[in-house]
Ligand binder design. Structure first.
Ligand code: PGA
Length: 243
Protein backbone atom coordinates (compact mmCIF):
# COMPACT_ATOMS: atom_id res chain seq x y z
CA UNK A 1 0.00 0.00 0.00
CA UNK A 2 1.40 3.34 -1.11
CA UNK A 3 0.79 6.33 1.17
CA UNK A 4 1.79 9.39 -0.86
CA UNK A 5 1.01 11.75 2.05
CA UNK A 6 1.15 15.48 1.07
CA UNK A 7 3.67 15.09 -1.74
CA UNK A 8 3.80 15.85 -5.44
CA UNK A 9 1.73 17.90 -7.84
CA UNK A 10 -0.70 17.16 -10.62
CA UNK A 11 1.69 15.85 -13.26
CA UNK A 12 3.72 13.93 -10.66
CA UNK A 13 0.62 12.09 -9.35
CA UNK A 14 -0.57 11.09 -12.79
CA UNK A 15 2.84 9.74 -13.84
CA UNK A 16 3.43 7.95 -10.57
CA UNK A 17 0.03 6.22 -10.77
CA UNK A 18 0.58 5.20 -14.39
CA UNK A 19 4.11 3.93 -13.80
CA UNK A 20 3.18 2.06 -10.62
CA UNK A 21 0.23 0.35 -12.31
CA UNK A 22 2.39 -0.56 -15.30
CA UNK A 23 5.08 -2.17 -13.16
CA UNK A 24 2.52 -3.82 -10.88
CA UNK A 25 1.26 -5.88 -13.84
CA UNK A 26 4.16 -8.24 -13.30
CA UNK A 27 2.84 -9.22 -9.86
CA UNK A 28 -0.68 -10.43 -10.38
CA UNK A 29 -0.71 -12.28 -7.04
CA UNK A 30 -0.02 -9.06 -5.09
CA UNK A 31 -2.53 -6.34 -4.43
CA UNK A 32 -1.35 -2.73 -4.77
CA UNK A 33 -3.30 0.18 -3.32
CA UNK A 34 -2.42 3.84 -3.84
CA UNK A 35 -3.42 6.52 -1.35
CA UNK A 36 -2.95 9.90 -3.09
CA UNK A 37 -3.97 13.25 -1.57
CA UNK A 38 -7.73 13.95 -1.89
CA UNK A 39 -7.25 16.47 -4.70
CA UNK A 40 -5.38 13.87 -6.77
CA UNK A 41 -8.02 11.15 -6.58
CA UNK A 42 -9.90 12.02 -9.78
CA UNK A 43 -6.71 12.24 -11.86
CA UNK A 44 -5.32 9.04 -10.39
CA UNK A 45 -8.58 7.25 -11.05
CA UNK A 46 -8.21 8.26 -14.71
CA UNK A 47 -4.60 7.15 -14.78
CA UNK A 48 -5.68 3.75 -13.43
CA UNK A 49 -8.42 3.34 -16.01
CA UNK A 50 -6.61 0.54 -17.80
CA UNK A 51 -4.87 -0.88 -14.74
CA UNK A 52 -5.22 -4.53 -13.82
CA UNK A 53 -7.61 -5.58 -11.11
CA UNK A 54 -4.73 -5.93 -8.62
CA UNK A 55 -4.35 -2.13 -8.43
CA UNK A 56 -6.85 -0.19 -6.32
CA UNK A 57 -7.39 3.34 -5.10
CA UNK A 58 -7.72 4.63 -1.55
CA UNK A 59 -7.91 7.90 0.39
CA UNK A 60 -5.76 9.03 3.31
CA UNK A 61 -8.66 9.98 5.60
CA UNK A 62 -12.46 10.20 5.71
CA UNK A 63 -14.97 12.23 7.69
CA UNK A 64 -16.84 10.62 10.57
CA UNK A 65 -19.98 12.38 9.28
CA UNK A 66 -22.08 11.24 6.33
CA UNK A 67 -22.68 14.70 4.81
CA UNK A 68 -23.63 18.24 5.74
CA UNK A 69 -22.12 21.44 7.11
CA UNK A 70 -18.62 20.13 7.81
CA UNK A 71 -16.35 22.55 5.97
CA UNK A 72 -13.13 20.95 4.69
CA UNK A 73 -14.22 17.37 5.31
CA UNK A 74 -14.60 14.59 2.75
CA UNK A 75 -17.29 11.93 3.08
CA UNK A 76 -17.13 8.19 2.46
CA UNK A 77 -19.66 8.53 -0.33
CA UNK A 78 -17.55 11.16 -2.10
CA UNK A 79 -14.63 8.72 -1.97
CA UNK A 80 -16.52 5.74 -3.37
CA UNK A 81 -17.84 8.09 -6.08
CA UNK A 82 -14.23 8.81 -7.09
CA UNK A 83 -13.40 5.13 -7.38
CA UNK A 84 -11.89 4.56 -3.95
CA UNK A 85 -12.27 1.13 -2.44
CA UNK A 86 -9.93 1.75 0.51
CA UNK A 87 -9.36 4.39 3.17
CA UNK A 88 -6.66 4.88 5.81
CA UNK A 89 -7.95 5.59 9.29
CA UNK A 90 -5.82 6.69 12.23
CA UNK A 91 -2.49 7.28 10.54
CA UNK A 92 -0.14 8.56 13.26
CA UNK A 93 0.26 11.86 11.38
CA UNK A 94 -3.53 12.37 11.52
CA UNK A 95 -3.57 11.42 15.19
CA UNK A 96 -0.74 13.85 15.97
CA UNK A 97 -1.24 16.84 13.64
CA UNK A 98 -5.02 16.72 13.31
CA UNK A 99 -5.65 15.62 16.91
CA UNK A 100 -7.71 12.56 16.00
CA UNK A 101 -8.42 10.43 19.09
CA UNK A 102 -9.39 6.72 19.09
CA UNK A 103 -13.08 7.49 19.70
CA UNK A 104 -13.26 9.63 16.55
CA UNK A 105 -11.44 6.94 14.58
CA UNK A 106 -14.03 4.38 15.70
CA UNK A 107 -16.74 6.61 14.18
CA UNK A 108 -14.78 7.03 10.94
CA UNK A 109 -14.46 3.24 10.58
CA UNK A 110 -18.18 2.80 11.14
CA UNK A 111 -19.17 5.44 8.59
CA UNK A 112 -16.62 4.28 5.98
CA UNK A 113 -17.58 0.62 6.23
CA UNK A 114 -21.27 1.48 5.99
CA UNK A 115 -20.46 2.80 2.49
CA UNK A 116 -18.47 -0.31 1.62
CA UNK A 117 -14.97 1.16 1.99
CA UNK A 118 -12.25 -1.19 3.21
CA UNK A 119 -10.67 0.54 6.16
CA UNK A 120 -6.99 0.23 6.97
CA UNK A 121 -6.71 1.05 10.66
CA UNK A 122 -3.25 2.34 11.58
CA UNK A 123 -1.94 1.77 15.08
CA UNK A 124 1.45 2.17 16.71
CA UNK A 125 3.32 3.41 19.75
CA UNK A 126 5.53 6.50 20.11
CA UNK A 127 9.24 6.38 20.89
CA UNK A 128 8.65 7.14 24.60
CA UNK A 129 6.07 4.36 24.83
CA UNK A 130 8.43 1.99 23.04
CA UNK A 131 11.29 2.84 25.38
CA UNK A 132 9.02 2.38 28.40
CA UNK A 133 8.22 -1.14 27.18
CA UNK A 134 4.55 -0.25 26.60
CA UNK A 135 4.30 -1.13 22.89
CA UNK A 136 1.98 -4.13 23.21
CA UNK A 137 -0.30 -2.43 25.74
CA UNK A 138 -0.66 0.75 23.63
CA UNK A 139 -1.29 -1.12 20.40
CA UNK A 140 -3.91 -3.44 21.92
CA UNK A 141 -5.64 -0.47 23.58
CA UNK A 142 -5.77 1.48 20.28
CA UNK A 143 -7.12 -1.57 18.51
CA UNK A 144 -9.88 -2.15 21.06
CA UNK A 145 -10.98 1.49 21.18
CA UNK A 146 -10.90 2.03 17.41
CA UNK A 147 -12.82 -1.18 16.72
CA UNK A 148 -15.45 -0.52 19.39
CA UNK A 149 -18.23 -0.13 16.76
CA UNK A 150 -16.75 -2.35 14.06
CA UNK A 151 -18.61 -5.52 13.23
CA UNK A 152 -17.41 -6.07 9.69
CA UNK A 153 -14.03 -7.78 9.68
CA UNK A 154 -14.34 -8.34 5.91
CA UNK A 155 -13.86 -4.60 5.35
CA UNK A 156 -10.94 -4.27 7.75
CA UNK A 157 -7.15 -4.35 7.53
CA UNK A 158 -4.77 -3.32 10.31
CA UNK A 159 -1.43 -1.59 9.78
CA UNK A 160 1.02 -1.61 12.67
CA UNK A 161 3.36 1.34 12.29
CA UNK A 162 5.68 2.18 15.20
CA UNK A 163 5.62 6.00 15.16
CA UNK A 164 9.39 6.13 15.75
CA UNK A 165 9.98 4.13 12.56
CA UNK A 166 7.93 6.35 10.22
CA UNK A 167 10.08 8.40 7.87
CA UNK A 168 13.10 8.00 10.14
CA UNK A 169 14.96 5.22 8.36
CA UNK A 170 14.72 3.17 11.57
CA UNK A 171 13.03 -0.17 11.03
CA UNK A 172 11.81 -2.14 14.00
CA UNK A 173 13.67 -5.42 14.41
CA UNK A 174 11.94 -8.72 13.81
CA UNK A 175 12.17 -9.30 17.58
CA UNK A 176 10.28 -6.03 18.15
CA UNK A 177 7.64 -6.82 15.57
CA UNK A 178 6.85 -10.49 16.10
CA UNK A 179 5.23 -10.36 19.56
CA UNK A 180 3.18 -7.31 18.57
CA UNK A 181 1.72 -8.97 15.50
CA UNK A 182 0.94 -12.06 17.57
CA UNK A 183 -1.00 -9.83 20.03
CA UNK A 184 -2.82 -8.01 17.23
CA UNK A 185 -3.83 -11.35 15.70
CA UNK A 186 -5.06 -12.60 19.09
CA UNK A 187 -7.10 -9.42 19.74
CA UNK A 188 -8.76 -9.78 16.32
CA UNK A 189 -9.56 -13.44 17.00
CA UNK A 190 -11.01 -12.49 20.39
CA UNK A 191 -13.19 -9.84 18.78
CA UNK A 192 -14.27 -11.46 15.51
CA UNK A 193 -13.83 -15.19 16.22
CA UNK A 194 -12.29 -17.25 13.41
CA UNK A 195 -13.08 -14.42 10.91
CA UNK A 196 -10.42 -12.36 12.68
CA UNK A 197 -7.87 -14.56 10.99
CA UNK A 198 -8.83 -13.11 7.58
CA UNK A 199 -8.07 -9.48 8.52
CA UNK A 200 -4.97 -8.48 6.53
CA UNK A 201 -2.10 -7.28 8.72
CA UNK A 202 0.46 -4.81 7.44
CA UNK A 203 3.70 -3.39 8.74
CA UNK A 204 4.69 0.21 8.08
CA UNK A 205 7.66 2.43 8.89
CA UNK A 206 10.66 2.99 6.58
CA UNK A 207 9.87 -0.09 4.47
CA UNK A 208 12.09 -0.37 1.40
CA UNK A 209 13.00 -3.06 -1.11
CA UNK A 210 16.06 -4.05 0.89
CA UNK A 211 14.25 -4.70 4.19
CA UNK A 212 10.96 -6.05 2.81
CA UNK A 213 12.11 -9.63 2.64
CA UNK A 214 12.89 -9.76 6.35
CA UNK A 215 9.60 -8.07 7.27
CA UNK A 216 7.61 -10.58 5.21
CA UNK A 217 9.36 -13.41 7.06
CA UNK A 218 7.01 -12.71 10.01
CA UNK A 219 4.14 -15.19 9.52
CA UNK A 220 1.33 -12.82 10.47
CA UNK A 221 2.40 -10.06 8.05
CA UNK A 222 0.41 -9.96 4.79
CA UNK A 223 1.55 -6.62 3.42
CA UNK A 224 3.32 -3.32 3.97
CA UNK A 225 2.26 0.33 4.12
CA UNK A 226 4.90 2.44 2.45
CA UNK A 227 5.45 6.20 2.56
CA UNK A 228 8.76 7.54 1.22
CA UNK A 229 9.59 4.58 -1.02
CA UNK A 230 6.16 4.71 -2.68
CA UNK A 231 6.95 8.08 -4.30
CA UNK A 232 9.00 6.31 -6.95
CA UNK A 233 7.24 3.57 -8.91
CA UNK A 234 10.31 1.37 -9.24
CA UNK A 235 11.35 1.59 -5.59
CA UNK A 236 7.76 0.81 -4.57
CA UNK A 237 7.21 -2.14 -6.89
CA UNK A 238 10.72 -3.42 -6.03
CA UNK A 239 9.31 -4.13 -2.57
CA UNK A 240 6.96 -6.68 -4.13
CA UNK A 241 9.83 -7.94 -6.30
CA UNK A 242 12.09 -8.56 -3.31
CA UNK A 243 9.40 -9.95 -1.09
P1 PGA B 1 7.56 5.77 5.60
O1 PGA B 1 6.02 6.05 5.94
O2 PGA B 1 7.58 4.53 4.72
O3 PGA B 1 8.04 6.99 4.88
O4 PGA B 1 8.25 5.53 6.90
C1 PGA B 1 5.13 5.01 6.26
C2 PGA B 1 3.77 5.57 6.63
O5 PGA B 1 3.72 6.62 7.26
O6 PGA B 1 2.73 4.98 6.29
Amino acid sequence: MANWKMNGDRSFWYNLAEQTALQAKEFKDCKFVMFPPFVALADVENALFEAEKNVELGAQDVSNYEHGAFTSQVSAEMLTGLGCSYVLVGHSECREYLGQPDELLAEKIEVAQAKGLKTVLCIGETLEEYEAGQSVQIVVEQLEKCLANCENSDLLAVAYEPVWAIGTGKVATIDDIKPIFAEIKQSLLDKFGSKGDNVALLYGGSVKADNANEIFSVDEINGVLVGGASLDATSFVDIARNA
